[in-house]
Design a protein around this ligand. Structure first.
Ligand code: AMP
Ligand code: ZN
Length: 484
């Protein structure tokens, strides 16, 4: 195994730091999960591919991993501010459906995407609504010293903790986030930790509390679920960069208050030692917005004939802290790269089982691969080392497979399970069957063998009219593909 120590970029200190676990030999990680009021878009899924690669890297480096991802099924407002509607309640009202049904449906859709992208199951999925009593207890323990009550809820006074917003300042220096005006707030950045149901209204999801009927604030949820399951301080907290501005500074403020009030000796009181953020997946034409008709869900990629792991490959090719621009051409290129690997590995698999160990011949490659991912998860470099191994000739096939398997335990491309036919997906719009395509291609091959190029061209045009692109001389040996 690679000897290079793991270095991760900590948004809190703005620097690369060597990973020092709180509990020797262990790594405890919490990732902010989805708000289940709609399908996730592929940008959201980039956040979980990143968290998965982090978890796999920690496992690869020999740490015993405990990963927790939450499901926000209550409490997330339509933006980061305190006023406005709960995303879940809003969608339930629009659809005239029970909020619980909405939550179940979109949680399952999210889990399907998690599976399709080879994202490993965390040790625990924490469901926010199952932690409401613990949230009330947490809020009660900090209310006296750190909170005040207004008509609309219980608010956290950010001036009661040291250095509020340092995480956001790490990015903007100004800490400019969206904060709204609520009459009576002591500081502009104060936020609701408990939101009271307005008098005369009834929410589908509401609980009794010392501050009246209502629902927890979104920031409170993550503080409670992470602290309860992993214990303060835990090692790493992840999320998308949008969370650096408001959600995570507010979680940190609550954690500081809780740890001080409850006599916990937590270094810097942030709750987690390392805060990590993935950059955004961007798309120029606005299809990432969930309000646009054809928004970029993983299923849309699949319907167009792309294997979901081509999207994972696309994510791995970029550094998680860089913006990644989505394009269909980029996805196609990632698919081709994946195909090349899958075909080479499938050929090797045909020659036997992976050896128990990769052996001496591969140790320098594994060391370089390990050093790449230990360098703040540089999967882009890791992929090139993997490709060097795939291209090695005159080496023991079993040992080579073992080396590839070790690298793929971090990358998660499923190289030891996929075949090239798995990657050939049927676009939803296609009507021609694979057997029909193969039959025409055999006929065409015969025509070409007989130098009957007129027939050969006619058959190719007929296939093209049905969306089948024949790829003569494709170095990958992919003789055809179904287009859109
Ligand atoms: P949400 O369900 O809106 O809470 O988002 C789930 C996760 O996706 C959060 O960690 C967000 O920070 C992250 N996220 C949202 N949009 C994008 C994007 N375009 N690219 C990458 N991550 C994103
Ligand atoms: Zn969160």
């Amino acid at each position: 195994m690679s000897q290079t120590p793991l270095k991760l970029f900590n948004s809190l200190t703005r620097q690369l730091e060597e990973f020092q676990p709180v509990h020797p030999g262990e790594a405890r990680v919490y990732s902010c999960g989805p708000t289940v009021y709609n399908y996730p878009h592929i940008g959201n899924m980039r956040a979980y591919v990143f968290a998965d690669v982090l978890g796999r890297t920690l496992s690869f480096k020999g740490y015993k991993l405990t990963h927790v991802i939450n499901i926000t099924d209550v409490g997330h407002l339509t933006d980061d501010a305190d006023a406005g509607e709960d995303k879940m309640e809003k969608m339930a009202a629009e659809r005239a459906q029970s909020i619980w049904d909405i939550a179940r449906h979109y949680t399952e859709a999210y889990w399907a995407d998690v599976k399709a992208l080879n994202i490993r199951q965390p040790a625990k999925w924490t469901i926010a609504t199952e932690f409401v009593p613990a949230m009330i207890d947490f809020a009660k323990s900090i209310a006296d010293k750190h909170c005040y009550e207004l008509d609309s809820g219980l608010y956290f006074d950010v001036s009661t903790v040291a250095d509020y917003g340092r995480l956001a300042r790490a990015v903007t220096e100004e800490g400019e986030g969206r904060i709204d005006e609520v009459e009576g707030k002591r500081n502009a950045a104060d936020f609701a930790i408990w939101r009271k149901t307005p008098a005369g209204e009834k929410r589908q999801m509401e609980w009794d509390s010392p501050w009246g009927k209502g629902a927890p604030g979104w920031h409170l949820e993550c503080s409670v679920m992470s602290g309860q399951v992993l214990g303060f301080p835990f090692d790493i907290h992840t999320g998308g960069i949008d969370h650096r501005e408001i959600h995570h500074p507010n979680e940190i403020a609550q954690n500081q208050a809780f740890c001080c009030t409850n006599g916990l000796n937590v270094p810097a009181n942030s709750g987690a030692n390392v805060w990590m953020h993935n950059n955004f997946l961007v798309e120029r034409s606005g299809k990432m917005s969930k309000s646009s008709g054809e928004f970029l869900r993983l299923q849309l990629l699949i319907d167009k004939g792309y294997h979901p792991l081509a999207y994972r490959m696309m994510c791995l090719q970029a550094h998680y802290r860089s913006e990644l621009e989505f394009s269909w051409e980029g996805l196609q290129a990632a698919l081709v790269r994946l195909k090349r690997m899958v075909m080479a590995v499938a050929t090797l698999r045909g020659q036997g089982e992976p050896a128990p160990e990769a052996g001496e011949r591969f140790s320098a490659y594994l060391e370089r691969f390990g050093a790449a991912v230990a360098d703040d998860l540089n999967t882009a470099v890791g992929l090139t080392v993997l490709e060097e191994v795939v291209a090695l000739k005159k080496v023991d096939a079993g040992q080579k497979l073992a080396a590839i398997a070790a690298m793929d335990s971090v990358l998660g491309l499923g190289l030891l399970a996929l075949d090239r036919t798995d990657l050939r997906l049927r676009p939803k719009a296609a009507t021609i069957t694979e057997a029909e395509i193969e039959a025409v291609l055999t006929e065409r091959k015969d025509a070409r063998a007989a130098k009957d190029f007129a027939t050969s061209d006619r058959l190719r045009d007929e296939l093209a009219a049905q969306g089948v692109e024949v790829m003569d001389g494709d170095p990958l040996g992919w003789d055809w593909k179904l287009g859109e």
